[in-house]
Write a protein that binds this ligand. Structure first.
Ligand SMILES: *[C@@H]1O[C@H](CO)[C@@H](O)[C@H](O)[C@H]1NC(C)=O
Ligand SMILES: *[C@@H]1O[C@H](CO)[C@@H](O)[C@H](O)[C@H]1NC(C)=O
Ligand SMILES: *[C@@H]1O[C@H](CO)[C@@H](O)[C@H](O)[C@H]1NC(C)=O
Ligand SMILES: *[C@@H]1O[C@H](CO)[C@@H](O)[C@H](O)[C@H]1NC(C)=O
Ligand SMILES: *[C@@H]1O[C@H](CO)[C@@H](O)[C@H](O)[C@H]1NC(C)=O
Ligand SMILES: *[C@@H]1O[C@H](CO)[C@@H](O)[C@H](O)[C@H]1NC(C)=O
Ligand SMILES: *[C@@H]1O[C@H](CO)[C@@H](O)[C@H](O)[C@H]1NC(C)=O
Length: 861
C-alpha cells in the first residue's frame, strides 16, 4: 500500500530523475543509490522459443528472482564478419525488453567467449580461419573481432537505453566480459596481458554499470571477479571493496551422450545458497533456471575428452526442458528466495557476525541496533547427525547439513533440509503419429482422413562418395578444416587391392579394420556394406574380396569443443586406419593412402529436409518402409497432437541421426546407452544430499539412452501438413516413432509438523498444472508414513481419517492446502502416546479439468 502510494506521488518527477550509475562496495551492488540483494536466474534466449520467453520470465519472477541472466551468443549473431542476425530466437533486444517489462534486472554476460556447452564456446568458426588468429590470447585479430562484437552489443543496448545508468527503467545492472579464464591463463602463457586488456577494453565502453569476470581472480579494478561452482561461500573477491557475487550456482548438471542424468538434490542447492549469504554474499545467480534445448546443431562438446552434449539442455533445472515446473526444485528454491528477501535490509546494511554454536554448528547474525532489525542463520555442517543449538536463550533443532533462516532472530521460516514443496512426476504420454493432409481443409474436415495410414517417403544415401569428391588427399585432413562446420558429416574413402592368392581368401581367416579416431561417432563400410560403429578406437572384423575393395568411413562430429585451453585447435577425424590379419602377418597402414573426401550428405546438399522439396523426385514412396537400414532418410506428413501439452519426439526405435519438423532442425539424436556413473538411483529422493556435493552422488538412468525424447516446440507445428523428416545413420524403425505429450499426472508431498514456512505453519500444498484438477488421492497418511512419491507406505501411526480429510480438501480442485497438525484431523484418534513427529504424506493424481472432460464426452456422444 505504502509502496503504491509513493509510486503515484513520484510519478510526475520520474521523467526528470537522472539515473545514477550502478556502483558497488564490499557489501553489495548499489543501484540508483539503493543497496540491492540480487537473486538472479539464468535463461538463455537461444535455448527456448521466443513464444516461451514471457512465460519463462514470469516463472522466474514468481520463483522469487529479481534478475534474469543470459549469455550473448556471438556465433549465432555474427554469422559472417559484419553480417549480423538478430531475428527470431536471436532477437536479443526483444528478450531484454521483456525482462524490462516484467520489472526485473538483467545480467548480460557478453563473453563473447561463453563456453556454455554451446558450439565452439560461442565463437564463430570463421574467426578460426582468419590467419594469425588464436582465441582468448594476445592475438591481434582475435582482440580486434572480440572488441568489435562487444562494442556492437554495447551500442545496441545503449541505443535501447537498456543500461540501468541510462534511465530509471534500464534493466542491465551487470555486464560480463570473458568467461572462466583465470584457471587457463597459465596455459596461454601471456600472464595477465590478455585479461587485463579485456578489462581495460570494456571499462572504456562507459556503460555506467559494473563489469564482472567470472572465475578470474586477477580481474583488474574496477572489474569484479566472481565465482561459478556448486558452492560459493568460500569465495573472496580480490578486493575488500568488491561485493561477493556468485555468477553460477549450479542447479544441476549438463549431460553428454555417454552419461546418465545428474541430479542435484534441492536441499543441497538451498544449503549452498544459504551458506553463501551467511558468508557475506549479496548476488546469487541460479544456473540454469530454465535450461531448454540445444536446437539444431548448437550443442557443443565438453572439456578435454570432447564428449558431445545431448540435444536437451534440461540441466535438472527448476523449470524443465519443456517449460514445466520441476518440483520440489522450483518450490523449495522459491521458498528460499522468499525467506532471503525477508532478510534483505539487515543483510545489506552490515557484514554478518559469525558465531559458533557447537563443534560443527555455527551461525551468522546481522543486527542493526539503530533499526532494531536482526537476522540470524543457524547452520549444522555435520553431514550425519542432527543437532540442537541454543541461540539467544532459545533452542533450535537442526537436521544434518542444513541452515535455518530466522528473519527476526527468533522464528525459523525456512530450513534448507525440510522440503515442504510438493514433488511432481512428469510422464511422456505416447501418441502414434497421425497422417495429415498436406493442405488444411474446411474446418469440419480438419481431422484429416483418419482411416488412411501414415505414408513414409524414403531417400537412401549412397555409401561413400555420392558426387564428385570434394577433394583427394594422401593422408588425413582434420574434420573441421574440411567442413568448416557446415555439416556434422564427412566421408573418408579409400580402396585397397587384394591379391587373389592372399591367404585369408582361401582359409577364411579374419581381417580386421583397425581404426583410431578422434571423434564422437563414426560408421565404417566395406564395399558398400555397413560394418560397424565406433566412438573412437575400434577393431572391426571385415571380409575382403579379391581385387578392389572400397573402404568408406562416415565420421560424425556432434558439436565442436566449447571449452579448454586452445580448444579451437583440437583435431577431429582419423589418426590411424590399418588393415590387420593378412596371412603373412603384414599390417597394412592406410593412413598415408590416397583418400577421397566428401563433405556432408547428399540429402543435406539437396536440402531434402525442407518441406519445399516435396515433389521434386528425390523422395520415393516404397511399398514397404525399409527398417534397420543405415543411411536412410524418412519423411511423413503428420498431424499436430491435440491439446497444449509440450511435445517430445520419442526416438526409442531409432539409432542415431537428426530430425526436422517443417524444415526446422529439432536436433541431433542418439540412442546410445549411457555408462554407469556414480550412485545410480531410481528416484532422486533416494539420494543422500548430506555432505559436499559431487555430480556422481546422485544419478538416474544408468544404462538407458542418455536422451530418448526430443523436444519439438508447439510453435513449430502448423494446423496441418507438418513435414517430419528423420535421417537415420545406423538403422531404425520409423514406424514406431511417437509424438509424446509431456504431462504432470502425479503430485506428492510429505511434510512434517515441524517444517517451518513463511506462514508459520507446516502445510501440505498440492497444485496440478493449469487446467487440471486433483482427480484422485492415491495415498494419504497423517502419522508416521515412510517412502517416496510413488512408494509411500503407512507407518506405525496412521490416522484413520487421513484419506477423507485430504479428499475433502483437495478433490476436484486445481490445488489445495492442508495444515499438518492434529487440529486438521480429529483429535484423540491417534491412540498411544508417541514422541514421533507426525507427518502428512499425500500422493494425488492430476486429471484433465472437469470442463474438458465434459466436452470430450459430448464429442464422443
Ligand atoms: C532513483 O533515485 C532517486 C533519488 O533517490 C529517486 O527519486 C528515484 O525514484 C529513483 N528511481 C528509481 C527508478 O528507483
Ligand atoms: C605482457 O605484455 C608486456 C608489454 O607488452 C610484455 O613486455 C610482456 O612480455 C608480456 N607478458 C607475457 C607473459 O607475455
Ligand atoms: C556514470 O558513468 C559514466 C561512465 O563511467 C560517467 O561518464 C558518468 O559521469 C557517470 N554518471 C554519474 C551520474 O555518476
Ligand atoms: C538469556 O537469558 C539470560 C538469563 O536469563 C539473560 O540474562 C539474557 O539477557 C538472555 N539473553 C537474551 C538474548 O535474551
Ligand atoms: C603380405 O601381403 C601384402 C598384401 O597382399 C603384400 O602387400 C605384402 O607384400 C606381403 N608381405 C610379405 C612380407 O610377403
Ligand atoms: C530437388 O530440390 C533440390 C533443392 O531444391 C535441388 O537442388 C534438386 O536439384 C532437385 N532435384 C530434382 C530432381 O529436381
Ligand atoms: C497456525 O495454525 C494454528 C492452528 O490451526 C492457528 O491457530 C494459527 O493461527 C496458525 N498460524 C498462522 C500464522 O497461520
Amino acid at each position: 500500500m505504502k509502496l503504491a502510494l509513493s509510486f503515484i506521488l513520484l510519478l510526475p518527477f520520474l521523467s526528470i530523475v537522472v539515473a545514477e550509475n550502478v556502483t558497488y562496495d564490499g557489501r553489495s551492488l548499489i543501484i540508483n543509490g539503493t543497496r540491492r540483494l540480487i537473486v538472479s536466474t539464468t535463461i538463455h534466449y537461444t535455448r527456448i522459443m521466443p513464444e516461451m520467453w514471457p512465460e519463462a520470465i514470469r516463472l522466474a519472477k514468481e520463483g522469487g528472482a529479481n534478475t534474469i541472466d543470459t549469455y550473448v551468443f556471438w556465433n549465432i549473431h555474427e554469422i559472417e564478419p559484419d553480417i549480423y542476425n538478430f531475428a527470431g530466437r536471436n532477437d536479443l533486444v526483444r528478450f531484454v525488453k521483456l525482462v524490462q517489462e516484467a520489472g526485473l534486472f538483467l545480467m548480460l554476460r557478453i563473453g563473447p567467449f561463453i563456453g556454455a556447452e554451446w558450439n565452439y564456446g560461442g565463437i564463430p568458426v570463421w574467426l578460426h580461419y582468419i590467419p594469425g588468429t588464436a582465441f582468448r590470447t594476445e592475438s591481434a585479430s582475435f582482440k580486434y573481432y572480440m572488441e568489435k562484437f562487444v562494442t556492437y552489443i554495447v551500442n545496441m543496448m545503449k541505443r535501447e537505453k537498456f543500461f540501468a545508468s541510462q534511465g530509471e527503467t534500464g534493466p542491465i545492472i551487470l555486464a560480463q566480459i570473458e568467461n572462466e579464464y583465470g584457471h587457463l591463463q597459465g596455459f596461454y602463457g601471456v600472464g595477465h596481458n590478455y585479461s587485463d586488456w579485456a578489462a581495460r577494453m570494456v571499462v572504456s565502453k562507459d556503460i555506467g554499470v559494473p563489469w564482472i569476470m567470472c572465475r578470474e581472480g586477477d580481474a583488474l579494478d574496477p572489474v569484479i571477479d566472481t565465482v561459478n561452482d556448486f558452492y560459493g561461500d568460500y569465495y573472496h573477491p580480490n578486493s575488500v571493496n568488491k561485493p561477493k557475487i556468485w555468477t553460477e550456482a549450479w542447479t544441476g548438471w549438463i549431460q553428454t551422450h555417454y552419461e546418465p542424468v545428474f541430479h542435484r538434490p534441492t536441499q543441497d542447492l538451498a544449503f549452498a545458497a544459504a551458506r553463501f549469504f551467511q558468508k557475506g554474499g549479496s548476488v546469487i545467480n541460479y544456473y540454469m533456471f530454465y535450461g531448454g534445448t540445444n536446437f539444431g546443431r548448437t550443442s557443443g562438446g565438453t572439456s578435454a575428452n570432447n564428449f558431445a552434449v545431448i540435444t536437451s539442455y534440461d540441466y535438472d533445472a527448476p523449470v524443465d526442458e519443456y517449460g514445466l515446473l520441476r518440483y520440489p526444485n522450483y518450490g523449495h528454491i522459491k521458498e528460499f528466495n522468499e525467506a532471503i528477501k525477508l532478510c534483505e535490509n539487515p543483510i545489506l546494511t552490515a557484514k554478518p557476525t559469525q558465531i559458533s554454536l557447537g563443534p560443527q554448528q555455527e551461525g551468522a547474525v546481522w543486527s542493526n541496533v539503530a533499526s532494531g532489525e536482526c537476522v540470524a542463520f543457524l547452520v549444522n555442517v555435520d553431514d550425519k547427525k542432527d543437532a540442537t543449538v541454543v541461540f539467544r536463550n532459545a533452542s533450535y533443532h537442526l537436521p544434518p547439513w542444513s541452515v535455518s533462516i530466522l528473519p527476526d532472530c527468533k522464528n525459523v521460516v525456512f530450513n534448507t533440509a525440510k522440503v515442504s514443496s510438493q514433488t511432481t512426476v512428469p510422464e511422456m504420454v505416447p501418441e502414434d503419429l497421425k497422417p495429415s493432409p498436406e493442405q488444411c481443409m474446411e474446418e469440419n474436415d480438419a481431422g484429416g482422413d483418419s482411416s488412411s495410414s501414415l505414408k513414409w517417403q524414403v531417400f537412401e544415401e549412397k555409401v561413400g562418395i555420392w558426387g564428385e569428391p570434394d577433394f583427394v588427399k594422401n593422408g588425413f585432413m582434420d574434420q573441421l578444416a574440411a567442413t568448416r562446420d557446415t555439416t556434422d558429416y564427412l566421408w573418408y574413402t579409400t580402396s585397397i587391392d587384394v591379391n587373389e592368392n592372399e591367404g585369408f581368401l582361401k582359409d577364411g581367416s579374419q581381417v580386421a579394420l583397425e581404426l583410431q579416431f578422434q571423434t564422437h561417432c563414426l560408421h565404417a563400410f566395406v564395399n558398400g556394406e555397413f560394418k560397424g560403429t565406433s566412438t573412437g578406437d575400434a577393431t572391426i572384423p571385415i571380409v575382403l574380396k579379391p581385387g578392389r575393395n572400397d573402404i568408406s568411413i562416415l565420421n560424425t562430429i556432434l558439436g565442436l569443443p566449447s571449452v579448454g585451453p586452445f580448444f579451437e585447435w583440437r583435431r577431429g577425424g582419423p589418426i590411424n586406419v590399418k588393415l590387420a590379419g593378412f596371412r603373412n602377418g603384414t599390417v597394412i597402414d592406410l593412413s598415408t593412402s590416397s583418400w577421397k573426401y566428401q563433405i556432408g550428405l547428399e540429402g543435406e546438399h539437396l536440402g531434402i529436409y525442407k518441406p519445399e522439396t516435396t515433389n521434386n523426385g528425390t523422395w520415393k514412396l516404397p511399398p514397404q518402409v525399409p527398417k534397420m537400414k543405415p543411411l536412410t532418410w524418412y519423411k511423413a506428413t503428420v498431424e499436430e497432437p491435440s491439446g497444449n501439452d509440450p511435445i517430445g519426439l520419442d526416438m526409442i526405435s531409432m539409432g542415431k541421426g537428426s530430425a526436422w519438423l517443417n524444415g526446422q532442425q529439432i536436433g541431433r539424436y542418439w540412442l546410445k546407452r549411457s555408462n554407469r556413473v556414480g550412485t545410480c538411483v531410481g528416484h532422486v529422493e533416494e539420494c543422500d544430499y548430506r555432505g559436499q556435493y559431487a555430480r556422481e552422488r546422485c544419478t538416474t538412468g544408468c544404462g538407458e539412452p542418455a536422451q530418448r525424447w526430443y523436444h519439438i516446440p508447439r510453435s513449430w507445428f502448423k494446423p496441418c501438413g507438418n513435414t517430419l523428416v528423420v535421417f537415420e545413420e545406423q538403422g531404425g524403425d520409423p514406424t514406431r516413432l511417437k509424438l509424446s505429450k509431456r504431462r504432470i499426472s502425479t503430485v506428492c508431498a510429505s511434510v512434517a509438523e515441524d517444517y517451518p514456512n513463511l506462514q508459520g505453519n507446516a502445510t501440505v500444498h498440492l497444485k496440478c498444472p493449469k487446467n487440471r484438477h486433483i482427480s484422485r488421492i492415491r495415498f494419504a497418511s497423517f502419522g508416521t508414513p515412510t517412502g517416496f512419491c510413488g512408494s509411500f507406505k503407512k507407518g506405525d501411526y496412521h490416522h484413520p481419517d487421513s484419506a477423507s480429510v485430504v479428499e475433502k480438501a483437495c478433490l476436484n480442485k486445481n490445488g489445495c492446502a492442508i495444515q499438518v497438525s492434529e487440529e486438521s484431523f480429529n483429535k484423540g484418534m491417534l491412540t498411544g502416546a508417541t514422541s514421533a513427529t507426525m507427518r502428512l504424506a499425500v500422493e494425488a493424481t492430476c486429471g484433465s479439468s472437469k470442463g474438458n472432460l465434459r466436452s470430450q464426452m459430448t464429442q464422443t456422444n
